[in-house]
Design a protein around this ligand. Sequence first.
Ligand SMILES: [Cu+2]
Length: 169
Amino acid sequence: MFRLLVLPTLALALSACSMSMMGKPADTMSMADKPADTMAMMDKPTDYTLGKQPAGNALTSSGTVSMSHSGSMVMTTAKVMGFAPNTYYVAHYHKQGAASTDACASGGDAILASKLVGKSDDMGMLTLTGSVAADVIKDATYFNIHTASGADGTPADAGVSCTAIAKMM
Ligand SMILES: [Cu+2]
């Protein structure tokens, strides 16, 4: 009787304990390691302001894109507000197209390896973040965000928000 009661309690206490122990070091590690590691090699981020593309004219959106080099990688963080709530969006870097000298209107090819997908919150705020090899986006002249048809990030329009970017070396 005594054993039967005690064992499950012990097992519970043990698993609860090991869970909290596993949670803590992992958290502390990612908090402490990441900034120290990446900051050291990271150049100052370059910030861009997103403008509207024709498909985004109905939105009162505004946002920024921040690019930071870290070794051979480029970290991208896009933050937008004023998008449709609870909606999937997909962003890419694009090569310069021929339709216009204005990068955002040039209709260039999307660099699919730079794809970032995310869902806006119920206030219409969206944050996209990811890293891509600098080499992959070396020919990019702009970064834009499209409405997506779903979580897989298939673009549902020609783009709602865009910024031209400085070419990578
Ligand atoms: Cu695109």
